[in-house]
Design a protein. Structure first.
Length: 113
């Protein structure tokens, strides 16, 4: 799912290429078929192959995934999640990004969040 979300549309071969330690081609196709049956992906015939795309809008998928991470790894703590993001080595913020984040926090505070 991550690979399809990242690419937008992907063939089974493209999914397999991006996997670390990928299973067989048939295993990848089998999982993609299961995800289609469950409604997580849709498939479309494109020339010699099927391509797959996600059915959930990106914004909704982002929200769901982040909520899962916050609940699972941070006990539901938004503060803990943000603190960890700021501690990451590669999360150097520009002054503009800092200002935008501060504005988002101010707006959330005004809205009672």
């Amino acid at each position: 799912m991550d690979i399809v979300h990242e690419l937008g549309v992907a063939s089974a071969a493209q999914v397999r290429e991006r996997m670390t330690d990928p299973p067989t081609n048939s295993a990848v196709r089998s999982v993609l078929s299961i995800l289609v049956r469950k409604g997580h992906l849709v498939s479309e015939y494109d020339g010699p192959r099927y391509v797959y795309s996600h059915t959930v809008p990106v914004q909704r998928a982002r929200r769901s995934a982040l909520m899962h991470v916050v609940r699972t790894f941070f006990g539901g703590s938004v503060e803990g999640t943000v603190a960890m993001l700021l501690q990451l080595e590669d999360s150097k913020l520009t002054p503009e990004e800092r200002a935008r984040i501060k504005a988002l926090i101010d707006r959330a505070s005004e809205e009672g969040r």
